[in-house]
Design a protein around this ligand. Structure first.
Ligand code: HEM
Ligand code: HEM
Length: 105
């Protein structure tokens, strides 16, 4: 992207990395440390919403980069809603199932 000067794909790149990698890694570590939260039904639904929503959002941002706004719009809408609902479920799961824990390293 940098070498070829294709900065219209910066948004796709940023979200693939920040949602697809950083956010999922953080939630995954939290689920690992707090298995009650990680094994809950909410976590499974959160996981699948992200597995569908993140690729849709990333793909739509690539389409935006290519100037395909007509088809990119609805795809980004669906992807964004999936990610948004996933994040809300994650928050509910954390409030319900994450209790104080002594972490030994
Ligand atoms: C080999 C790894 C990576 C390369 C070569 C790379 C390269 C780039 C380039 C060329 C840009 C565009 C900069 C510009 O518009 O002037 C960019 C933007 C960006 N990158 Fe990366 N990147 C890498 C990894 C990552 C990772 C791991 C993350 C996040 C976890 C990330 C987050 C971002 C963000 C948020 C922007 C947008 C910054 C803005 O809008 O000002 N990148 N990256
Ligand atoms: C439902 C989920 C999300 C949607 C629909 C969304 C949408 C957007 C949009 C439309 C932009 C402006 C892009 C542009 O001006 O070209 C943007 C920028 C940005 N977003 Fe998101 N976002 C979401 C979640 C996130 C999350 C979770 C993070 C961080 C963990 C994040 C980090 C950023 C950053 C760093 C930028 C500025 C870099 C760029 O221009 O792409 N976003 N986002």
């Amino acid at each position: 992207m940098g070498v070829a000067d294709l900065f219209q794909f910066t948004s796709a790149h940023a979200h693939i990395n920040l949602i697809g990698w950083v956010s999922l890694a953080i939630t995954g570590v939290i689920y690992h440390i707090f298995p009650v939260a990680g094994e809950s039904k909410l976590a499974k639904i959160h996981f699948w919403l992200m597995m569908i929503g993140v690729p849709l959002l990333a793909f739509s941002m690539i389409l935006f980069g290519l100037g395909q706004f007509g088809i990119g719009g609805p795809i980004s809408g669906i992807g964004g809603i999936f990610i948004f609902i996933g994040a809300i479920l994650f928050m509910i799961n954390i409030m319900k199932n994450v209790k104080e824990k002594v972490i030994t390293l």
